[in-house]
Design a protein around this ligand. Structure first.
Ligand SMILES: [Zn+2]
Length: 413
């Protein structure tokens, strides 16, 4: 094996490989020496009066694998002495921290691997003890979190026409909620806070005044009153937008309520058929293939009430997709509400009441067409993260883990 080649592969410019000490099918021990002869004195910052006083023991540092072998670099603990300052000091290596047994590159590789999967997986991949990998991971996450979060906030502060997304997600199934604050344009998660009540939200603003310094042009949220009140307090000038997919969800729910009512009136066979295919009512007609569209047509044929409601739902998609501007959208919304008013079903009227209550926020979509769709995707990542990492009671660590999980795509930048 060419030593020169290994030297280049390691890419540690401060070192030169002097010899191979040991090689087996799965391990490689290399002796490496510093390229420089001496280092500056920590006191006078000069190497003028520095002399070398020999070696202590060799340090054995685990480094990235070479030829897929566990690789150790054996480097001397060189002692030096500054004659001027009468100070003895040891050699400082850039590639490894003082008293550490794993190089910086090894640590960051292990951590990167653990972030994408689990510490157990990373430990297996790198043939390192699980507890060691867990320690490295636990030490790295707060640092990464701070770096990534600072980067994300700086970007948010500088984004012209910033658009924020606010949404909640469950910590444990259905019990506790977090609120996530997202930069929709920048596709980053800025922060999360425990809870979703107005009290929790105000406490956050109090604790993190930086939040109110942001200048969002618009904020996208579901129809939770607390969010809208909070955002109106923080950013009176921002356009508050009801998230399209949450809003559409109410309409779909009322289609399904009508379907359940209709089902009761049908023959056993039709009833079973409608029940089995009820999901076909949800997507826009144009998203269905020919086969499913035929099936849907059969379902709608069972009841004119169901067809009316389904058409009203379709009209909503058209309103969202095709309103050319805000003014037209306002009129279109009114017409769509009137269309719903003619449908003889309580569930539709309840939904219409909600829609009218939130009319301004719903129509605001046509001032600034953003949705929390990317946030929903991020929630899936958070769920997967929560499954991988057993639930931690330490909120700070939990929060850092989530923020790193949601922003680590920025680590490449
Ligand atoms: Zn000195």
């Amino acid at each position: 094996m060419q030593i020169q080649y290994i030297n280049e592969m390691l890419d540690l410019p401060e070192l030169t490989i002097s010899q191979i000490l040991f090689i087996s099918s799965d391990e490689l021990h290399l002796e490496a020496l510093p390229v420089d002869y001496k280092q500056a004195c920590p006191c006078c910052k000069s190497d003028q009066a520095v002399i070398r006083k020999g070696y202590n023991d060799m340090r054995k540092i685990r480094h990235l694998a070479v030829f897929e072998k566990k690789t150790y670099l054996c480097v001397p603990s060189i002692r030096m002495y500054c004659v001027n300052c009468e100070l003895g000091f040891g050699w400082v290596y850039d590639f490894v921290g003082p008293k550490q047994r794993y190089s910086h590159l090894f640590r960051s590789r292990v951590v990167a691997q653990a972030l994408g999967s689990t510490a157990v997986h990373s430990a297996r991949m790198q043939q390192a003890p699980i507890s060691t990998v867990q320690d490295m991971h636990n030490q790295a996450v707060p640092v990464l979190c701070q770096q990534l979060t600072e980067q994300a906030w700086e970007e948010a502060q500088q984004t012209p026409d910033l658009v924020l997304g606010i949404d909640d997600f469950a910590i444990k199934k259905g019990h506790t909620y977090n609120t996530g604050i997202h930069n929709l344009k920048g596709e980053t998660m800025l922060d999360l806070l425990p809870g979703r009540k107005l009290f929790d939200l105000r406490a956050y603003t109090h604790e993190y005044p930086l939040f109110r310094m942001l200048k969002p042009k618009a904020v996208v949220m579901d129809l939770a009153q607390a969010y809208h009140t909070w955002i109106r307090e923080c950013f009176p000038a921002a356009i508050r937008i009801a998230d399209r997919f949450h809003v559409h969800g109410y309409v779909i729910d009322s289609v399904q309520e009508v379907r359940k009512t209709v089902q009761q009136t049908l023959s056993p066979r039709a009833k079973a058929h409608l029940k089995a295919n009820h999901r076909l009512l949800n997507p826009p007609a144009e998203a269905l293939d020919a086969e499913n569209r035929k099936r849907l047509e059969v379902l709608l044929g069972y009841s004119s009430l169901l067809r009316e409601t389904w058409e009203w739902k379709e009209a909503f998609t058209v309103w969202y997709d095709c309103s050319p501007d805000f003014a037209v959208a306002k009129l279109g919304f009114e017409r769509w509400c009137e269309q719903g008013q003619t449908i003889d079903h309580a569930a539709v009227h309840v939904t219409l009441k909600t829609m009218r209550n939130w009319q301004e926020e719903i129509v605001n979509y046509h001032q600034c067409r953003w949705t929390n769709a990317t946030v929903e995707g991020r929630h899936n990542r958070i769920k997967a993260y929560q499954r991988r990492h057993y639930f931690t009671r330490n909120y700070g660590r939990y929060k850092a883990g989530i923020l790193v999980e949601c922003n680590r795509h920025r680590m490449l930048a």
